[in-house]
Design a binder for this molecule. Sequence first.
Ligand SMILES: [Zn+2]
Length: 384
Amino acid sequence: MSVNISSDSSIILINLDGLRKDKIDSCPNLKSFRDNNTYFSKMISVAPYTLAAHYSIFSGLHPSQNGVDAYYHMFRFKENEITTLAQLLNNAGYHTRCDVISENIIPKQGFDKITLFDKTVDYKSRHSEIINETSKHEKFFLFLHFNGIHDRLVEEVLKKYDPEANDDEYFKKIDENEIRYESFLPECDGYVKEIIKTVEKLPNKDKVVLIFFADHGASIGEKQGEKFYGVFTYDYTIKVFSIIHIPHEKPQLVNSQCRTLDLYPTIGNLANIPKDKFDPMIQGSSLLPLINNQETKERDVFVETGGLYGPWPSPEKHNIFCVRLNGKKLIYNDTPETWEFYDLTKDPSELHNEYDEKSNEISSLKHLLISYLKENQIETKISQ
Ligand SMILES: [Zn+2]
């Protein structure tokens, strides 16, 4: 691997919760950080809602394998069977710390210190202080949760519109929804600026890997029935990003498709931890080979969800699944047993469902998706 890896790197991983990838350009500080570092532009979240996304990232496993495979399965994480990312680093001598809105949204195991904030938090000063305090440890792993966009969505969308109404005014006001969403961005970008400034002042900054990512995007009303996220698997929520600052590494734009699951082995690599210490079951693959174009075959991605609201709510069991590969997406809605197919290159907004049972291309994607469901023991009407 020709990426510069310091044997004693520290890692700061920050979730800009709910930040749409297409809005990075409206965030000047994040945009500049993106342009000067390694940017994974085509990262897909394997589960487009915070809870399942976090558990997947920290376990390197799809929801069905780690146990958190529904909104209401928050407490089903298979903690005794999985070596989490925090444990991996902790076992390797790292001080591990996180600051999150609730201790239930990540696996707690492996963290030396877990602190919680509430809605009144000043993210900039709180997280800068935490970075300064944590960096006193020689090697550290710090996970920070910026929940500002999520909170604003709750205040200004969830409380304004009935989340259970699937065809109300919200869907007729996309322009207004977009302006509202953009009004959330300055706070997020100001936070990013402060974090970068704080990290740049650290005495050991040359050994700090800084990662900003989003766990999912958000709807602005593109598809009737989804006001926020977690209801469907369209690109506006599943297509996310990671921007990784690796000290002494040249900026790179990586356009290859990858998965949020891939962060676990990537961080393991960046911390120089031997692969045999990783959980042997992980389903993600390191992103480092993508940096140097060492892969020719695109990584397939499987995404699943089950909404709290929307037209087919299913908080006890995922019921929406998709496979995304080579610019095409096949979606299977187990409720109400329908299929959708989109050519994302010519139809990036997924407006024209071109599902056709006779198409060979669609059959092969269907085969991939059904194999995924079977291999992961996911019960649906098509994988019995
Ligand atoms: Zn989230």
